[in-house]
Design a protein around this ligand. Sequence first.
Ligand code: ATP
Length: 234
Amino acid sequence: MLQVQDLTTSYGPVKALDGVSFEAPRGKITAVLGANGAGKTTLLRTVSGLIRPARGAAYLEGADLTRTPAEAMPGLGLSHVPEGRGVITELTVEENLRLGGLARADRSRPADLERVYTLFPVLSDRRRALAHVLSGGERQMLVIGRALMATPKVLLLDEPSLGLAPRIVAQIFDLLRGLVESDGLTVVLVEQNARSALSIADFGVVLNLGRLIVHDDAATLAADEKLRHAYLGF
Ligand code: ATP
């Protein structure tokens, strides 16, 4: 589904990604893991067209995403939820969600909104509340919900668990699991929290200093004690 080929990205003299290749299959969760500075965020930003790679490409159904302007991504079926849970705090929950729908070529339908509310009942309860009153977990749900309003085929998620209580992380991860199983959504999940990410992912990619160390199924990675100690911090 999503093919990353020989992706190489530099910030001036710093090579943040160096010849990274892997495939994220349709209807599966692929976790991208590694320590601080491994290149995880750079990978997502390059795949979604925010940074141009020095070399390589990322293909979604044949289209090279790295040669596509970021604003054209939703039309191709790619949504990127960056780190940091950016919501427009002066707008209501529902207004934030509707903004996500604007990215759709064919305009959002009421059914999309209802679907997000079914997935995240807490957002439905707070649909008229200003986004600035939401908790961290609710904001994370809002940014994921907003991305889903564009009805993506591939969802890139950067560190959704950061700073959230384990119970909330489990809730969000369960929901992602449900989405890939029921809708065939393809998820690429960047996480520092490797243990939790591998518990819901199908596959994992481990990066270190911009290079791909290993790409395997999640259970195999989680069982590899040497790898866990060397790169995954658990
Ligand atoms: P983190 O979890 O800390 O975000 P990461 O695995 O996502 O780490 P990146 O943020 O992709 O890693 O960073 C990869 C490398 O690129 C690091 O050495 C980082 O210092 C460098 N880097 C990232 N962004 C920039 C930038 N805008 N300018 C210069 N160097 C950068």
